[in-house]
Design a protein around this ligand. Structure first.
Ligand SMILES: [Zn+2]
Length: 670
């Protein structure tokens, strides 16, 4: 390759790689696999080594630079990084809002509510579009220079993106939070534990420690991320009038901005945004500790001004404390859906993060030993993100120590399953495939909101179905009758009918939710979505080879192997065949396929008893039919429920075949 071509190719690869970082971190929509990404990086590296004269300062291969030699340099912030006032109740929030309106002399002011990420505040400075400095907040006036570690974070653009050739700011000091995803944190902590290193209490501590490391290679292992939320300075850029406009501009310039944002006009909108965010808290990928509310217009912000310590135009609405101390009444062993034994501390009930907590996970037996926790101890518990709180440490030991860290010899539930350890000797599991507790947990997971979303099939119902031996496999759920359910405690006719209806409707959820619901090891929600998008149908996915699987973003070697192993099992194949017999949709999206009902068009009208209309539509689509919105002479069937209107008359006029619900069901299940 000649010099000119090499230079062009280096520039092109650089753009492509940074484009993939943008897709991954800002748009949350990766389009290539990790392996393909690494291949691009190494292709660039080999060109750069052949043509060192074109090795750019901001090459993606130079994100991770040399160690810095000594402790951190101090950086003076050009504009002070103020902290926010905290409020802890809706009344306090209302008082703040009243002060804002009074200060502005108006009855309304648009505010922006956004999640408050529990990370480390940092300021990133760009000159002529290039990252030149990154510093921690420190005391607000002076922070530490952490440029070498921030450069190593792929979610931070080394160069600002120019949108449609528009100019990037001459100087931009963008502010935001450096944080660690909970998943990355857990993996990182597990690895430390295995290596015998001290574990971190929470992702924020791990992120803060990582930023201060001298060696960026070490820091990069912690997979830090960055969300932009404000700016200290912006020069030589189009005029921005509001905080909202800034956030949109920041995203366009290449920064990740948290998607959980909303503009509120009234106080009630603001309050409901806060409670909505609080509800989302457990399901987020990262820790948050509240909501930040800012007056949107910069002109209004200027008018309100600031105190010595904090701006008057912004406030933090803090979520309830996530830690509490309480007494350990007992330590018991639970069996999860994959058979893993998890020791759990039963606690004297205590309020934590807004709910009463009476149990906390101890993760595994090594953790019991590490914490040296025993019955009768007072412990500090934390309900950070996960719904299940965890024990952080012992705060006061009881005088009697009862050793409980021993792994039981047989399964505490079925008494039949042998206990087998994984390679790391950290997790122990019951290997009895018919262990009732495992089935119960699998059912609950299958019916959970992110999976098949079957309302009414929670822990209590699952336990009854399993213990009464009505359900022996996940597939049995679809054969449940109202009569069977009514035979159970706490199921009246109404509740039973509702559950059967919810189960029937859930058949149309689609491939990605089904995959996630099956609870395959290492296949989470995101991977399920990407797999479903790529393979569209379950048979196609089951026929895929290892290479095709690892080509999907989020799918590494381990998860691909887990998937292949799962599909190779005889039980899996018979489970899937049974689900298919019950009419569970194994396709993603509304992709027309050839099927039993190909070439037919259905129109629905009126209320059906057993099916929501969209669910009924998905079911026939999965069999190859089309769904129309109006009756024409090309309509094959009009499915008419109660209170059918003009469509029914039109169908009669055109001689279109009309089906009642049970006739429809016959066709569906033929
Ligand atoms: Zn068991």
């Amino acid at each position: 390759m000649d010099k000119v071509a090499a230079q062009k190719e280096i520039a092109r690869l650089t753009r492509e790689i940074e484009g993939h970082n943008y897709n991954y971190y800002v748009l949350d929509n990766p389009v290539i696999s990790d392996a393909e990404y690494d291949a691009l990086l190494s292709r660039l590296a080999s060109l750069e080594s052949d043509f060192p004269e074109f090795l750019a300062l901001n090459s993606p291969n130079r994100r991770i630079g040399a160690k810095v030699s000594s402790g951190a340099k101090t950086v003076h912030h050009t504009t002070k990084m103020l902290s926010l006032d905290n409020t802890y109740s809706v009344e306090d929030l209302r008082a703040w809002h009243d002060r804002v309106l009074k200060g502005l002399g108006r009855t309304e002011a648009v505010c922006v509510a956004e999640l408050k990420i529990d990370g480390v505040s940092c300021a990133l400075t760009y000159e002529n579009g290039r990252l030149v400095m990154a510093a921690t907040r420190g005391d607000g006036e002076e922070g530490e220079d952490v440029t070498h570690n921030v450069r190593a974070m792929r979610s931070v653009p080394l160069e600002l993106r120019s949108v449609d050739g528009a100019a990037v700011p001459a100087v931009l000091e963008v502010r935001g939070e450096v944080y660690m995803d909970r998943k990355d944190f857990t993996e990182f902590n597990n690895a430390r534990q295995l290596a015998g290193d001290e574990v971190f209490a929470n992702p924020r501590n791990a992120a803060s420690g990582a930023l201060k490391l001298l060696d960026p290679v070490e820091s990069a292992r912690r997979k830090l991320r960055f969300f932009a939320h404000s700016f200290g300075r912006i020069d030589g850029f189009r005029a921005l009038d509001s905080h909202w406009e800034f956030l949109m501009a920041a995203r366009a310039l290449g920064f990740a901005v948290n998607n959980n944002l909303c503009r509120c006009t009234s106080f009630s909108e603001m309050a409901s945004a806060c409670s909505k965010f609080q509800e989302m808290r457990p399901s987020l990928a990262f820790d948050v500790d509240g909501v930040v509310i800012k007056v949107n217009l910069f002109a209004d912000q200027k008018l309100l001004g600031e105190t010595m310590k904090s701006p008057r135009w912004a406030v933090a609405y803090k979520f309830p404390a996530v830690q509490a101390t309480t007494l350990v009444k007992d330590i018991v062993v639970q069996v999860g859906r994959t058979g893993v034994l998890t020791p759990v501390a039963e606690l004297e009930p205590v309020a934590c993060a807004g709910v009463m907590v009476s149990r906390a996970t101890l993760h595994n037996f090594a953790e019991i030993a590490r914490l040296d926790v025993s019955r009768g101890d007072r412990v500090l518990i934390e309900r950070a993100g996960d719904v299940i709180p965890k024990v952080v440490k012992v705060v006061e030991r009881s005088s009697e120590r009862i050793a409980v860290s021993k792994v039981p010899a047989d399964c505490p539930v079925c008494r039949e399953g042998f206990i087998c350890a994984d390679e790391g000797m950290v997790a122990f599991r019951c290997i009895n495939p018919e262990c009732p507790k495992q089935l119960e947990r699998r059912l609950v997971h299958f019916a959970s909101r992110g999976a098949m979303d079957i309302e009414g099939l929670g822990e209590a119902a699952a336990a009854q179905l399993v213990n009464n031996r009505i359900v022996r496999s996940v597939a049995d759920v679809f054969g449940l009758s109202i009569e069977q359910l009514m035979g159970l405690e706490s199921f009246g006719p109404k509740k039973a009918e509702k559950l059967v209806q919810a189960i029937q409707n859930s058949r149309a959820r689609g491939l990605s939710r089904l995959l996630f619901g099956l609870g395959i090891a290492n296949i989470g929600q995101k991977a399920s979505e990407l797999l479903a998008r790529r393979f569209v149908s379950l048979p196609a996915l089951m026929a895929a080879e290892a290479g095709e699987l690892t080509a999907v973003p989020e799918m590494g070697l381990v998860s691909s192997q887990a998937l292949l192993k799962f599909f190779a099992q005889e039980e899996t194949r018979s489970l899937i065949a049974r689900l298919a017999d019950y009419g569970v949709v194994m396709l993603e999206g509304n992709i027309p396929v050839s099927g039993r009902l190909s070439g037919k068009t259905f129109v629905f009208t009126g209320e059906l008893v057993k099916y929501q209309r969209t669910a009924a539509g998905s079911l026939v689509k999965a069999l190859g039919a089309e769904v129309g919105s109006t009756v024409t002479k090309h309509t094959s069937f009009l499915v008419a429920g109660a209170a059918a209107g003009s469509k029914l008359e039109k169908a009669r006029g055109l001689g279109v075949r009309i089906l009642n619900e049970s006739e429809f069901e016959e066709i569906l299940n033929a």
